[in-house]
Write a protein that binds this ligand. Structure first.
Ligand code: MF3
Ligand code: CO
Length: 285
């Protein structure tokens, strides 16, 4: 089965509804940045991305059951790869632009893209983000959760919980005919009100047919700016929130792992969502 060919054929077979195209044109005339039609998923695409998302959620649930102090991040990688492969799917991170593992595990001051290792143990008091991405029958899904290991300080617990709230606030802003700027504005306003900073160098993205599609979903922004959110678009929202400054640096040795520059702790939660005509649907629950 050639999944790419089938996915392409869906674009031809299932056009974007006329009333959606008409509304996009209206917004375009008003000066909004409107998405290319290829960023609007069609019913068969959406069914495929939902099936992928279901497996992705199963992976995170499997990790949630097993994760504990003393285990290595390689053991998390093993859980992810075994669950994924046994469900007929593929781990999207593995070999993606040379990434060497099946999942990202980012601990404490690591912002994202932590690489699982046999040498890295989870310790009591750590907070860890597990970021899982799945390809199933050619369709991509992407979500991450934080896990608090054992007895976590009040400061780390608050960061973890408020970052989840940032994702929820982003979800509330992700309404049809809003823009990605509305999402970033809502998240950054809340995060800053809690005394936190928002990472600007990385963000969410369109997802489904490729791992990372347009638009870039910044977690900062201005109302009514950036790309219009049109029913049928599938995007991730994945705020990275820091206790200290927003600046980050990349690991000079592995070329992947992103750290806070000031060494402060960072947290992240992520969902993939479908923009609908009435709101949005979280695909990765
Ligand atoms: N899952 C990450 C995201 O949320 C991307 C990881 S890229 C990888 O977009 F290669 F490091 F896996
Ligand atoms: Co993502």
């Amino acid at each position: 089965m050639d999944y790419r060919k089938e996915i392409e054929e869906v674009f031809e077979r299932e056009p974007v509804p006329e009333h959606i195209l008409a509304k996009m044109k209206e917004y375009e005339r008003k000066g909004y940045e409107v998405p290319d039609e290829r960023l609007i998923k069609r019913p068969s695409h959406i069914a495929g991305i939902k099936a992928s998302s279901e497996i992705n959620t199963g992976v995170l649930d499997a990790v949630a059951k097993e994760i504990r102090a003393g285990m290595t991040t390689q053991q998390i990688d093993d859980i992810v790869s075994e669950y994924t492969l046994s469900h007929g799917a593929v781990c999207a991170p593995l070999n993606f632009e040379g990434y060497p593992k099946s999942v990202c595990t980012s601990i404490n001051n690591e912002v994202c893209h932590g690489i699982p290792s046999r040498l890295r143990h989870l310790h009591d008091g750590d907070i860890v983000n597990v970021d899982v991405s799945t390809i199933y029958k050619g369709y991509y899904s992407d979500a991450s959760r934080m896990f608090m290991i054992g007895n976590v300080s009040a400061e780390r617990r608050r960061l973890t919980e408020e970052t989840k709230r940032c994702l929820e606030i982003g979800l509330e802003a992700a309404q049809p005919w809003n823009t990605v700027g509305d999402i970033g504005y809502a998240i950054s306003k809340y995060a800053r009100s809690k005394g936190y900073s928002v990472v600007r160098d990385l963000g969410g993205h369109g997802v489904g047919i490729e791992f990372h599609e347009d638009p870039f979903v910044a977690h900062v922004g201005k109302p009514k700016r950036g790309m219009l959110l049109v029913p049928g678009m599938i995007i991730t929202i994945e705020p990275m929130i820091n206790i200290g400054g927003a600046s980050v640096s990349i690991d000079a040795y592995n070329g992947w792992t992103i750290y806070t520059k000031d060494g402060s702790d960072s947290a992240q939660w992520e969902h993939s969502i479908l923009i609908t005509e009435t709101g949005n649907e979280i695909l990765t629950y």
